[in-house]
Design a protein around this ligand. Sequence first.
Ligand code: FMN
Length: 319
Amino acid sequence: MQKIGSLKINGKAFLAPMADYTNVAFRELCREYGAALVYTELISVKGLLHKSKKTKEMLAVSEKEKPVFLQLFGNVPEEFARAIKLVEENYPNNFAGYDLNAGCSVPKAQKGMYGSSLLDYPKLIGNIVASMKSATKKPITVKMRLGLQKETFLECAKEAEKNGANAICVHARLGADGYSGKADWSKIKILKELISIPVIGNGDIDSAESASKMIKETNCDFVMVGRATIGNAFLFKQINSALSGKKVPEKTAKDSLFEAKKYLELAEEQKLKANDVRGYFIGWTKGQVGAPALRNKLALTKTVPEIKELIKSITQKED
Ligand SMILES: Cc1cc2nc3c(=O)[nH]c(=O)nc-3n(C[C@H](O)[C@H](O)[C@H](O)COP(=O)(O)O)c2cc1C
């Protein structure tokens, strides 16, 4: 079994952190479908230190989704140690590890000098990792892009490794690229050859075949999947089958409905609101009969039970 630091990892496919999508229920769902590790969405170290109510809510973790990593963003090294200590004191059993966000590229991140802006400052990344390590014995990962405007990921990854990071995840695009063009997987291969800690490859995996292809082409230790899992946690089942040499199961309409109902059940257990889960269902409508009409109806729903009714009406039609 492969490890990240001292943590044994049972599988190769991780769920990517995605703001507004990777809530507790979605992470539980993905674990149930075979994600080996899940991440929270990015959480502000300053928000944590100020003990804001919203940040506190974002720290909620369930037993079913473990192991889960907490992803942090910020740019002041010592704040990371303080934030992790606070989490370890108050929620000692929630997280299996911590991740530094050095990949977020939205304008807010560039203005606030966090996320992929850190990639212009490899030494700062090293200092943040050192600070994180000083606060916990748990593994530390860094999730980065190739650079902000120009490629700096090799220097950044080396600094992170030198300061104790236990794995590097790379989304193979520049921050300035947003989501345009194709992720350049050849860079994941170069990173894998350079560092000795595990490499988690990320960017544009949308099928079991592409997950296998990324591992084959880059020799990365793990893969991380984001957008393609929205409304489609079943993808983890398919990826795991492909990676263990088994026949990849086709997703049927029945599988799709089963997954939607399961997610609603988990969302209700976690007392999520319609706004928390609507994004998943927008993704889920892809490939459904009458998807545009379904999306219009979804937009009008105000509560999780209303979404449940909508999904039930599709089930009845299918029956
Ligand atoms: C809606 C959305 C929210 C995201 N939020 C985060 C985040 O909170 N932290 C992070 O490191 N990356 C975030 N990302 C980036 C993803 O983790 C991932 O790196 C990116 O989507 C590329 O992987 P994919 O091609 O499999 O989607 C987000 C992506 C999307 C689409």
